[in-house]
Design a protein. Structure first.
Length: 250
C-alpha cells in the first residue's frame, strides 16, 4: 500500500514501528470513514435508542472477577435485553479500534477518538496468609520483605506500568513466584506461598489473608473509556452508567 501511495507509512524507532506524518494522515482519514460508517449503521438500525444488543466490556481480570461478575444480575434485571461480553485479557482491548464498546482501564488513553473519565480510585496493600505469618512471623517493615518470598506479575508480561507495584514499594524487590493473572496471585497468597500486593477490593473478601505493613498503601485509578461515536448509543450509555455506579470503593 505504501508503494501505491508513494510514501512510507511507518518508520522504525527506538520503541518499534511508528507512524510517519503520512501514516498519521491516512489513519485520520480511515478513522473518519469508520465513524461515518458506524453513524450510518446506527441510524439505519435504530440501535441508538434501544436498550438491547451486545455490549463488549474490556476490563481487568481482578475487577471483572471480584466486583463486576457477581453483580451482573442487577444489570440483567435493569436491562434484560442487553447481552454482555466481558473480555478480561492480559492487556485491554482498544475502543479506538472498535475491539470493545467499553474499556475500564488503569490509565487515561492519550490518543484516539475516545471519551475517558475517571470513575474511581482504589487502594492496594501487602498481604499474606495467616498460615504464612504463623510460619515466618509478622512482617512490620519494607526492609523485612527482602527476607521473604514475594508474589507478583511476570515482569516480561506486565502490560501496564501501573502494575509495577514492587518497584514502587522498594528498590530491588522481585517476585519469587509470578503470574500474569491477579487471581492466580491471590490463590498463591491464600495458599501460604508468600507475600503479595493485592487490591483491597479483592483482599477484603478473603478472611484467610492478612494485611501487612499498613503504612504501605498504593493508589491506582480506573478510567471508563468509550469511542466518541458510541456515547449516545442507548445500550452502551446504560452499561457505562451501571459500571460507574458499581465501581466505587471506600
Amino acid at each position: 500500500m505504501a508503494s501505491e501511495l508513494g510514501s512510507d507509512l511507518l518508520e522504525h524507532g527506538p520503541s518499534g514501528h511508528i507512524l510517519t506524518p503520512a501514516g498519521e494522515r491516512i489513519l485520520a482519514l480511515a478513522e473518519e470513514m469508520e465513524r461515518s460508517a458506524v453513524a450510518v449503521g446506527s441510524a439505519a438500525s435504530g440501535e441508538r435508542a434501544r436498550y438491547a444488543g451486545k455490549v463488549r466490556i474490556s476490563i481487568s481480570e481482578g475487577l471483572a472477577s471480584w466486583v463486576i461478575s457477581p453483580a451482573l444480575q442487577q444489570l440483567s434485571e435493569l436491562h434484560p435485553d442487553i447481552q454482555i461480553e466481558i473480555a478480561a485479557t492480559n492487556g485491554f482491548l482498544n475502543p479506538s479500534k472498535r475491539e470493545a464498546d467499553i474499556a475500564v482501564m488503569l490509565a487515561r488513553p492519550t490518543r484516539g477518538h475516545l471519551l475517558a473519565r475517571k470513575i474511581a480510585d482504589y487502594k492496594l496493600g501487602l498481604f499474606a496468609a495467616r498460615s504464612y505469618i504463623d510460619r515466618h512471623g509478622l512482617i512490620t517493615s519494607v526492609t523485612d520483605l527482602r527476607h521473604h518470598k514475594l508474589i507478583g506479575y511476570v515482569p516480561d508480561l506486565i502490560y501496564a506500568d501501573e502494575l509495577r507495584y514492587l518497584s514502587e514499594i522498594g528498590d530491588g524487590l522481585e517476585p519469587s513466584y509470578s503470574s500474569s493473572s491477579i487471581n492466580i496471585q491471590h490463590r498463591m497468597t491464600a495458599g501460604g506461598l508468600g507475600i503479595c500486593v493485592l487490591p483491597l477490593f479483592i483482599a477484603k473478601q478473603d478472611s484467610s489473608i492478612v494485611r501487612l505493613c499498613p503504612d504501605v498503601s498504593i493508589t491506582r485509578s480506573f478510567w471508563l473509556v468509550i469511542h466518541q461515536d458510541l456515547k449516545r448509543v442507548a445500550r452502551v450509555e446504560a452499561v457505562s452508567q451501571w459500571l460507574s455506579e458499581r465501581i466505587q470503593f471506600t
